[in-house]
Ligand binder design. Sequence first.
Ligand code: NAD
Length: 297
Amino acid sequence: MKIAFIGLGNMGGPMALNLHTAGHDVGAFDLSKPACDKLAADGVRIATDAASCVVGAEVVISMLPASQHVEALYLGNDKQPGLVPQLAEGALVIDCSTIAAATSRKVAEAAKARGLAFIDAPVSGGTGGAIAGTLTFMVGGDTAALERARPILEKMGANIFHAGDVGAGQTAKICNNMLLGILMAGTSEAIALGVANGLDPKVLSEIMRRSSGGNWALEKYNPMPGVMETAPASKGYAGGFGTDLMLKDLGLAQENAAAVKASTPLGGLARSLYAAHSLAGHGALDFSSIIKLVQKR
Ligand code: NAD
C-alpha cells in the first residue's frame, strides 16, 4: 500500500515507522528537519514537502498538533494551498491528530466533494503505545471507510473502536483526555501529599496502584521521577505528551461542554491547572510534570 504520512513528532514518527516495518511503501514529511532525519535514519523515504509526499498515495495519514494545522494542511490558508485538490483519485484520508470535531467534519466535507473517503482516528496510549504498535484508535466516519483503514490501523494499534460518524472519534478522545488530565492532577496531588509526610513515593504508588485509587497514571505513567524508569518523569519530562497539548485537549473539552450545556467542573479546573503550569514555563514538558505545581521545592 502506498502511504503518505505527515507529522513525524513524538507520536507520528513511531507510527510511520511501524507502517514502514510492516512492509508498506511509506513516504513521510514533517516541517521539522530533525523529525525527518530521525525517520530517514530508519530507512523511511522523506518527501521534500507535503504536496510531493501525497503524489500517488492511496492512503494519507496526518498526525499534527491541533485543528489549525490540520485545516491548513488539507484546506489551505493565505500562505499555502490545501492538499485536498491534490490527492490521488480514490485516496483515503486518516487524520489521527486530536482536533475539534467541527474541523474533522469540515475537512471530511471537502474530501467528500472530491469523492474521497475521510475518517478521524485520534489515538490513546502515549508514545509507548505508538512505539509498541498498541495504540487505541477512536474512529469517526462511515463503516466502509473504517474497513478500508482497518488493516493499516492494525499495524499501529491494538484496539480499534468505531465511535460513530465523522467527528465522533474526536468527541470520544476529548472525553478520555479530560478524564486523563483530571486523573494525572489527582494522582500527582496524592503522591505529593504522601511524600510531604515522609512516605517513599515508590511504595505509596504501589499501594495506590493495587488499591481503589489505581489508574492509568499509576499503572504506566507515574508523574514522580524515579518511580518508573520508562515514564517521562524519569527522563526530565522530555518527549511524551506535552503540557500544551493536554491544555489544548482540555480546552476542546470545555468548548464542547459549553456548546452542549454540559457540566464539567473538574475538567474546567484541570484546564486551569494545566494553563497555570504552562504559564510557569512548562508548556513543552510532558503533562505529568503537573506534579511540580504541588511538590515541595
Ligand atoms: P509533536 O508536537 O511531538 O509532533 C507534531 C509534529 O507535527 C511536529 O513534528 C511538527 O513539526 C509537525 N507539524 C506541524 N505542522 C505541520 C505541517 N503543516 N506539516 C508537516 N508537519 C507538521 O506532537 P505529538 O505528541 O506527536 O502529538 C500529535 C497529535 O497527537 C496531537 O494532536 C496530540 O494531541 C495527539 N496525541 C499525542 C499523544 C502523546 O502522548 N504525545 C497521545 C495521544 C494523542
